[in-house]
Design a binder for this molecule. Structure first.
Ligand code: CMC
Length: 431
């Protein structure tokens, strides 16, 4: 009769242990009983970079990396991208269900009610150099929000948690747009709450002297889709940062500052910026084969390719690639598109990439869209951070309410020197 257990024999002692298997996992703590002597600490698992460790139970996002499937709360990403809006998807991610008409209206109203930022935040933005990276600005300002809303520290109060969700989802686009306007030396454009979430974002980015900004419907919809695609992605690096920092019970602003910092890196949300710089460096279709050879020799990575979980085409990249043409029809063709297409064509036939299951990820084509909308490359990771805010909050809230969670505190294998006596300066030998 098969049993959901694992029998392990410790060959150091000859003892056997039967360990329960639940949901395809064994609990690392169940290994602690495996000892060579009474004073032995017990067996641990070693998993740098969490390549085979589940850190939580989650009901938010499902990914099947081999089949290229992504679902939020059970809904396929393709359907949400086609039929939903970002705010509706954010509601779904945070609440577990799609809203009815009444709840959606109330939700949108609550978010639109919080789009303004305190005037002192403008002064903070003013203090940055004109060439400050907007991601550095965003993470500082989001962290600073913690000082404007000290009530946010009551993380076990559901009403207060919800209030911070409204504030964050509403204010992050305002802060992001203000950072952009600061970097290009334009006056800040205040939110227009008559517009949609993404229409207003376009307004705050691009409004000039017109009295009322009218977003182009294709660009407005393109942002809705891009925002839906970036809304959550289960336990990635920044979400892990959000949960890990949040596990100390700090307020969500401080935790989102940490998550934003994690997203900034070129291996994560900074990849869309790195892709664009790479495409510029490659320059033309003719240079692609040589560039691919350099990547294969280990002289840099093909940015926007590869993923820890997806071992097939990232479903988000597929949707973005299809959408790019619609944006180019409005904004004009992007000459770097043919370089990107050629990189993809050659890489997908090359044994190096095929054998490692390296496919385009979400960041490969998104930058081309942002670029054709005239956004500077250093704004690209910010464009990732804005929609990911709702995913971070949902994951953080799930962690806060999970009775199995405690402060995140991994173990280590110590490999430094053994205990020794402090050497006074006079006794130390020069190197
Ligand atoms: N170009 C060339 N080789 C690659 C690439 C790449 N983009 N990605 C992975 N490899 C190789 C890597 O060198 C390794 O080869 P080998 O087995 O010979 O040592 C093998 O593929 C496995 O790579 P890994 O680094 O062990 O994989 P990982 O799961 O730790 O890293 C990744 C995943 C996304 C960090 C990595 O694929 C990468 O650096 N990609 C480029 C950056 C990028 O596009 N990041 C965006 C990720 S998607 C959006 C997001 O999450 O933010």
């Amino acid at each position: 009769m098969p049993k959901d257990t694992l029998t392990v024999t410790d060959n150091r002692t000859g003892k056997s242990f039967e360990i329960p298997i639940q949901d395809g996992t064994v609990r690392a703590m169940d290994l602690r009983q495996i000892k060579t002597s009474l004073d032995d600490f017990g067996l641990m698992t070693y998993d740098p970079a969490f390549t085979n460790t589940a850190s939580c139970r989650s009901k938010i996002t499902f990914i099947d990396g081999d089949r290229g499937i992504l679902e939020y709360r059970g809904y396929p990403i393709e359907e949400l991208a086609e039929k939903s809006t970002y705010l509706e998807t954010a509601y779904l991610i945070l609440n577990g269900e799609l809203p009815d008409r009444v709840h959606l209206t109330e939700w949108v109203h609550n978010i639109k009610h919080h789009t303004l930022i305190h005037e002192n935040i403008k002064k903070l933005i003013d203090g940055f150099h004109h060439d400050a990276h907007p991601m550095g600005m965003l993470l500082s300002i989001v962290g600073a929000l913690s000082t404007f809303y000290p009530d946010a520290k009551n993380i076990f109060d559901s009403k207060i948690r919800r209030e911070q969700a409204f504030r964050l989802i509403a204010k992050v686009p305002t802060i992001a747009a203000f950072c952009y306007r600061h970097s290009v030396g334009l006056p800040y454009a205040y939110p227009d709450n008559e517009l949609s979430y993404t229409g207003n974002f376009l307004n705050m980015l691009f409004k000039m002297t017109e009295l009322k900004y009218k977003p182009h419907p294709v660009l407005e919809r393109a942002f809705e889709v891009l925002f839906i695609l970036h809304a959550d992605h289960e336990q990635n690096c920044s979400t892990n940062a959000m949960r890990s920092v949040g596990s100390s019970h700090v307020d969500p602003y401080a935790a989102i500052a940490a998550a934003t910092a994690a997203l900034y890196g070129p291996l994560h949300g900074g990849a869309n910026e790195a892709v664009l710089r790479m495409l510029r460096q490659v320059g033309s279709k003719a240079n692609v084969p040589e560039f691919i050879q350099r990547v294969k020799r280990g002289e840099g990575r093909l940015m926007g390719f590869g993923h820890r979980i997806y071992k097939s085409y990232d479903p988000r990249a597929k949707i973005i690639k299809q959408m790019a043409d619609k944006v180019f029809e409005v904004m004009g063709p992007n000459p770097l598109l043919e370089v990107a297409l050629e990189l993809e064509r050659i890489a997908l036939q090359d044994e190096y990439f095929v054998s490692r299951k390296l496919y385009p990820n979400v960041d490969f084509y998104s930058g081309l869209i942002y670029q054709s909308m005239r956004l500077p490359v250093d704004m690209f990771p910010v464009m990732f951070a804005i929609p990911r805010t709702c995913g971070w909050i949902a994951q953080w809230e799930e962690m806060v309410l999970d009775s199995e969670q405690k402060i995140a505190r991994p173990r280590q294998i110590y490999q430094g020197p053994p205990r020794r006596r402090y050497l006074p300066l006079e006794e130390r030998q020069p190197d």
